[in-house]
Ligand binder design. Structure first.
Ligand code: F0G
Length: 463
């Protein structure tokens, strides 16, 4: 007998408030799908049973955070919640200047401005998240991804598939000469929530220093990354997640953060850094388009909820539970040989739709077809990261399809129970067994850019 029975990984919290979710019929869902042009962005959220579209802004807050909401000081400038927010972020990151923003993408926009990005500049990452890339490209600069090659092999097991290829980074710096900013995304969302090792972060830091290039972390999921380091990088296993997070930040010059993930809140973000000049540039700009530097587009109560969320997310029992929840989902799917990106990521399971539906060619959008079937049969919403999201149609009408065709099941934090996960496992496995019945999709309206938000489809009916 042990001092605590961990076998079943029970959550380190209990339920105080519930939010009803609706069990609907397949007939109803077929009708809604048809009306929505088979696009989830047109389906009312209340008609979804399990929502795995994203882990962003979907966390359940704790009683401690809700109590903090009541402590909101809504003064325009210098509200007391800002000082708590600043203190906690300084403590975790070690950076002197802390700037709140309304979410991650405005932090990205401000950084692009502050570093004067334009068409003469290059930025490099392991893999930029879509909005980071979009902000950089709007500024005119180029955004290059150099995640290690292992990241592109879905079934290959590797401890740190989010690592950047440091050789490719160095070569680009030498050959191009105008690399102006390096950003490591931790964990690497575009690559399925795969972690970056401290060794890799340290190496990038060395290269950045040697070449005098600013180095930032896109740290939306910094706590999940820290926990992977604790589990997989032996020399750090004796450290707490907070100590590891501090180390991660210590190697970079600053960070941009969407607090909607590891901040355990529904809205918010921040920038933290040491460089006073860059800090000044950001605060000048943000006052015009984001808000005064002590609130940055947020209410005082939001700042308090983020401050409290950031302390909770680093608690080891929470991170252990979070990690185990993802592992549990992965094991359930693996048992039935459902193909997905290995190893299990920090916040999502990414199903390999090409292998799941080998009978559907990419020109018929297998990832999209899979998300439609998941909703039609089981009321589950997932996100397509495949031909619809990333495919490009050339001027001659020819399509260029992405290498990976994925469907992301992102797990909101502290929201779904093991019973919900059992429902998801059972549904995906059932669908896998019946996969030959799933047919491809045809686009009936294609807006071209940001297709997944507004495109319309019809299922291809079998002859
Ligand atoms: N960086 C990363 C790594 C992200 O995953 C996101 C958002 C952002 C930046 C932008 O932050 O949404 O607060 O403006 N990811 C969400 C997702 C949208 O579903 O993965 P934001």
């Amino acid at each position: 007998m042990s001092d605590f029975n961990q076998k079943l990984n029970p959550p380190p919290f209990k339920i105080k408030v519930i939010e009803p979710i609706k069990k609907t019929t397949r007939g109803e869902r077929r009708k809604w799908l048809e009306e929505a042009g088979y696009n989830f962005f047109n389906i009312a959220a209340e008609n979804i049973y399990i929502d795995l579209l994203t882990d962003s802004g979907t966390s359940a807050m704790s009683d401690y955070q809700w109590a903090g909401i009541m402590m909101g000081d809504e003064s325009y400038a210098q509200c007391k919640n800002f000082f708590n927010f600043q203190g906690i972020i300084r403590d975790i990151t070690g950076y002197k200047y802390v700037i709140p923003t309304h979410q991650g993408r405005s932090a990205e926009n401000l950084i692009c401005y502050a570093f004067d990005l334009d068409h003469t500049k290059i930025t490099v990452s392991n893999q930029f998240f879509d909005t980071t890339r979009a902000n950089i490209e709007i500024s005119g600069a180029r955004a290059l991804d150099f995640v290690i090659q292992e990241a592109y092999k879905p079934s290959l097991i590797h401890d740190f598939k989010g690592n950047i290829d440091t050789m490719a980074l160095e070569n680009t710096i030498q050959n191009e000469g105008n690399v102006s900013l390096i950003i490591l995304t931790v964990t690497n969302n575009a690559g399925g929530g795969q972690p970056v090792s401290l060794a890799n972060i340290a190496e990038v830091s060395k290269i950045a220093k040697k070449n005098n290039i600013p180095f930032f972390l896109d740290a939306a999921r910094f706590a999940e990354n820290a926990y992977f380091i604790k589990l997989r990088e032996k020399e750090y296993q004796h450290l707490s997640p907070k100590e590891i997070a501090k180390k991660m930040f210590s190697y970079a010059n600053g960070c941009i953060v969407s607090a909607k993930k590891d901040g355990l809140v529904n809205i918010g973000g921040f920038i933290a850094l040491n460089d006073e000049q860059i800090y000044r540039r950001i605060t000048e700009r943000m006052t015009v388009m984001e808000g005064f530097p002590t609130y940055g587009g947020l209410a005082g109560r939001d700042l308090e909820a983020i401050a409290r969320g950031l302390t909770e997310v680093l608690q080891e029992d929470y991170l252990e539970y979070r990690h185990q929840q993802l592992e549990y989902l992965g094991k359930g799917l693996e048992k039935a040989e459902v193909p997905f990106l290995k190893p299990v990521g920090g916040h999502s399971i990414n199903i390999d739709a090409k292998s799941f539906l080998p009978h559907i060619p990419q020109s018929q959008f297998p990832g999209w077809a899979l998300t439609v079937a998941l909703y039609e049969y089981y009321g589950i919403r997932a996100a397509e990261l495949g031909s619809v999201a990333f495919g490009r149609q050339q001027e001659d009408g020819k399509w260029i399809f992405p290498e990976l065709e994925q469907v992301r099941l992102a797990i909101p934090r502290r929201v779904y129970s093991q019973e919900h996960l059992n429902y998801v496992i059972d549904s995906v496995v059932d669908l896998y067994k019946n996969r030959t019945k799933i047919t491809g999709m045809k686009i009936t309206y294609d807006p071209g850019v940001l297709r997944h938000f507004t495109a319309r489809f019809i299922p291809i009916v079998k002859e």
